[in-house]
Design a protein around this ligand. Structure first.
Ligand code: 5GP
Ligand code: ZN
Length: 112
C-alpha cells in the first residue's frame, strides 16, 4: 500500500535494522526502542489493524517469529512482552499491523 511506512520498509525504500525475513513476515528493530530489546514483527501483506486480521496462520506466525528471535537474542528466559496495539485507545500509530516484542529489562505492569 502506498503511504504506509511499513510497506516502504518491506519494499526497501526506507531502511530498517532487520532481524528476520521470509516470504510472509519481516522483523526489525523499533526505531524508538522502549526497552533494551524492542523489535516489531509485521506481515508482508498490508493489514491495517488487528480488526482486519483474519488469517490465523499468519497471526500465529507473527507470534512464533517473535519467540524465535527472543530465543536467538538470548532474552526468552528472562522474559518479554508481546503486544499488538489497535486503533486510538490502543495507541496504534502505524496502520500496518505489527507485533511488538519488548524485553531486556523488568517491564511495568499494568502498562497504563
Ligand atoms: P504502534 O504505536 O503503532 O503500536 O507502534 C508503532 C511503532 O513503530 C512505534 O514503536 C515506532 O517507534 C515504530 N516506528 C514508526 N516508524 C518507524 C520506522 O520508520 N522505522 C522503525 N524501525 N520503527 C518505526
Ligand atoms: Zn503497509
Amino acid at each position: 500500500m502506498t503511504n504506509c511506512i511499513f510497506c516502504s520498509i518491506i519494499k526497501g525504500d526506507i531502511p530498517a535494522e532487520k532481524l528476520y525475513e521470509d516470504d510472509k513476515v519481516l522483523a526489525f528493530k523499533d526505531v524508538n526502542a522502549q526497552a533494551p530489546e524492542h523489535f516489531l514483527v509485521i506481515p508482508k501483506e498490508h493489514i491495517s489493524t488487528p480488526n482486519d486480521a483474519t488469517d490465523e496462520a499468519l497471526l500465529g506466525k507473527l507470534n512464533t517469529t517473535a519467540v524465535m528471535i527472543a530465543k536467538e537474542r538470548g532474552f526468552s528466559e528472562s522474559g518479554y512482552r508481546l503486544v499488538m496495539n489497535c486503533n486510538s485507545d490502543g495507541c496504534q500509530s502505524v496502520f500496518h499491523i505489527h507485533l511488538h516484542c519488548l524485553g531486556g529489562r523488568q517491564l511495568n505492569w499494568p502498562p497504563g
